[in-house]
Design a protein around this ligand. Sequence first.
Ligand code: IPE
Ligand code: IPE
Ligand code: MG
Length: 237
Amino acid sequence: MSSKKIEVPNHIAVVMDGNGRWAKQRGLPRTAGHEAGEKVLFELVEAAIKFGVKEMSAYAFSTENWKRSPEEVKFLMGYSRQSLRNRRDRLHDLGVKVQWVGRPQRLWKSVIEELQDAEELTEKNKKFTLNMCVNYGGRAEIIDAAAELARDVKRGKVKADSITEKTFEKYLYSPKMSDVDLFLRSSGEQRTSNFLPWQATYAEFVFMDVLWPDMNPDQLWKAIEEYSERDRRFGKA
Ligand code: IPE
Ligand code: IPE
Ligand code: MG
């Protein structure tokens, strides 16, 4: 860590990519990569808290990930359920508020229940927010918000002419989510893959060549240092 004053982002979004390739490099099944990746997420949550980050959004399962083999989808569902159950007490002790961000349709009922249990247990925590993005898709989120807003216009609850960004945000999966400051993707891929398009319009993007299971607190700090060197202008001159 350098002694220079580092600007720590408030909200980091992570696309945890590269689990499959990490496993393949080791001659292991893809599921072993997901297991290794799960440990890294919670290690990085603890590190982020120490660094002074306030919020993290973790892309755990996308609306496009249903296209994977039935075996892998089944593993990911069962494993996220187990992970939430195993991690929630520790997260609670750390003062983490867990928030599910995603679409209920198609998602396993048992996974939704586990997410809701974690939310209930941790709802009063204020130190840090962990948005678990499970069955999340950015376009799905915007479509679902638009549909609900249209229903409210029809019901006469909202006037179409007075819709603002603030109005619209209330219809997103997690209206309290803050704008993303640092959008971090591992594994060398340089794309967003439908993650948080509304919230990340002014995020700084950092792409790292490290596969997700090889990420560690030092790598996270490196990303924060890179973020800190950026000049965020938000359209101003
Ligand atoms: C990310 O790793 C984890 C999920 C999408 C659930 P991948 O499984 O996409 O790993 P690669 O991209 O195949 O290496
Ligand atoms: C993005 O990774 C989704 C998650 C990390 C959950 P993918 O591996 O699914 O994305 P693509 O297919 O490479 O764009
Ligand atoms: Mg991938």
